[in-house]
Design a protein around this ligand. Structure first.
Ligand SMILES: [Zn+2]
Length: 220
């Protein structure tokens, strides 16, 4: 009996890999030589990890990429969920598990606040890593991009999506370091990735997070 449904893809690879795709489905990549029983056993053994990954994928994509910014709804801020709560207050304020906002706040009021937060946080992280990496950038802008988290122009000016403020700090750091590394290395060649890795040895975890939550950048 299959404990959890999955798509099996066999190839010449040497090891079994379990992958949760962006639709929260389990894909098993396995060598030809491995038996179905062995695959079943591995899936069974990893079931808690699989369920958790599927949950994260499903919840982030469904819950946070399609929000209407109303009272009682959850938003992501630095990777944590906060419930929007309208109260008697002058400007938005994080308080425990809540993002308190003034009564009758609308989407634009909340996104304006988020964009300000994004500017502060991203500027600060960029300055920190620019000095750490011995790199100079020309200027920094926030963007409304719905495809790219960040970009670097040939003259060294950086653009970052304001929606990065929804990602964990480690993910913001990865996007910042990635774009700063582009000032010296324009292509995604091995030297570029080696540079990123010396600054952030665990950068692949951030890439995984972005893959699992790619719909966040498409939100209106
Ligand atoms: Zn790049």
């Amino acid at each position: 009996m299959k404990s959890i449904p999955y798509t099996l893809i066999r190839s010449n690879r040497k090891t079994i890999a379990l992958v949760i795709n962006t639709e929260a489905q389990l894909i098993v990549r396995a060598p030809f030589a491995v038996s179905n029983r062995e695959i079943e056993n591995l899936v069974e053994k990893k079931i808690a990890w699989i369920r958790e990954k599927q949950h994260i994928t499903a919840s982030h994509e469904e819950k946070y990429a399609h929000i209407s910014w109303k009272d009682g709804e959850s938003i992501l801020y630095l990777g944590n969920a906060y419930t929007i709560m309208q109260i008697e207050i002058d400007s938005p304020l994080l308080d425990g598990a809540f993002l308190n906002v003034p009564r009758n706040s609308r989407k634009d009021d909340i996104t304006t606040w988020l964009k300000n937060e994004a500017k502060k946080i991203i500027s600060q992280r960029t300055d920190y890593y620019a000095s750490f990496m011995g790199t100079k950038y020309e200027c920094l802008h926030l963007s409304e991009a719905r495809k790219r988290w960040g970009s670097c122009s040939t003259n060294g000016s950086l653009r970052f999506s304001w929606k990065l403020v929804m990602c964990p700090l480690s993910v913001i750091d990865y996007v910042v370091v990635h774009e700063l590394a582009h000032i010296a290395y324009k292509n995604h060649n091995s030297i570029f990735w080696a540079r990123v890795k010396t600054v952030l040895p665990n950068y692949k975890e951030a890439q995984n997070w972005l893959n699992l939550n790619r719909k966040l950048i498409e939100m209106e």
